[in-house]
Write a protein that binds this ligand. Structure first.
Ligand SMILES: NC(=O)c1ccc[n+]([C@@H]2O[C@H](COP(=O)([O-])OP(=O)(O)OC[C@H]3O[C@@H](n4cnc5c(N)ncnc54)[C@H](OP(=O)(O)O)[C@@H]3O)[C@@H](O)[C@H]2O)c1
Length: 221
């Protein structure tokens, strides 16, 4: 039996469905949940026996790592709704604080120098630990670049609590990517959309570990 932490992926849209599918490809057993149980059940059937559908409250209770593949505003509400259940959990936030603009693009919905990661870290349920992760690539690359050979692509992450680094790195490895910690949650802005480490920001591509070693990062690679 696996000794790895149980992961629940909540929100099975573009990002959540790919994270769930990558984890199954990485041989990780997961719980999946969405607003309706039927959506989770149907997707779990597609993924096979490693994916188990559960109601959201059960998914939170039965997992140690909760990937919230939800929009930034929804995560803020979610923290309120599930404040007690989320206590002491590891919460993974891939969100970008954006909404459609009037020109068919996207605009930031928080201050220019603010990040979703920092705002969410100030709202965390008691004892919960936050990792900003799984959001530094667009959905297309998150699917297409997973388990790439011969050199894996990098997914950045940020955490304040370094005691969860090992679990977050395992989660990223099992998604088929090479984890690179960029520093504390205050660095999240760099890996959110428009940031210098986001595929839809200055970075503009996927990179390998050796390419990441040329970037200015707090952590040693
Ligand atoms: N798409 C990308 O390329 C990309 C890249 C990096 C990061 N991100 C970030 O990832 C997050 C998810 O983006 P996405 O593109 O995957 O969005 P999405 O396709 O709209 O998926 C969101 C999912 O969350 C579900 N949901 C909504 N409210 C919920 C709730 N209260 N409880 C449980 N599930 C709920 C939605 O269900 P319904 O369908 O029923 O509404 C939907 O399945 C966002 O924060 C986004 O900024 C996206």
């Amino acid at each position: 039996m696996s000794t790895k932490s149980k992961v629940a992926v909540i929100g099975l849209g573009n990002i959540g469905s790919i994270v769930a599918s990558n984890l199954v490809k990485g041989n990780r057993s997961i719980i999946v949940a969405d607003r309706t149980f039927d959506k989770a059940k149907n997707y779990a059937e597609e993924l096979g026996s490693l994916a188990e559908p559960q109601e959201i409250a059960d998914a939170i209770q039965n997992a140690d790592i909760i990937v919230l593949a939800l929009w930034f505003n929804t995560i803020q509400e979610f923290f309120g709704t599930y404040a007690t259940a989320l206590q002491n959990k590891i919460i993974v936030d891939p969100s970008n604080p954006i909404a459609p603009d009037e020109n068919g693009g996207f605009k930031k919905i928080i201050g220019e120098h603010e990040s979703a990661g920092q705002i969410l870290s100030s709202l965390l349920p008691k004892g919960a630990k936050l990792a900003k992760a799984l959001g530094s690539l667009g959905a297309g690359s998150l699917a297409d670049a997973a388990f790439r050979q011969p050199e894996k692509a990098v997914l950045f992450y940020a955490t304040d609590d370094t005691s969860i680094n090992v679990k977050i790195e395992e989660l990223i490895h099992d998604n088929g990517f090479e984890p690179v910690r960029i520093g504390k949650i205050e660095e999240s802005i760099r890996m959110e959309v428009f940031g210098d480490l986001h595929e839809f920001g200055a970075l503009a591509k996927t990179i390998t570990l050796s390419e990441a070693s040329n970037l200015s990062l707090e952590s040693s690679l």
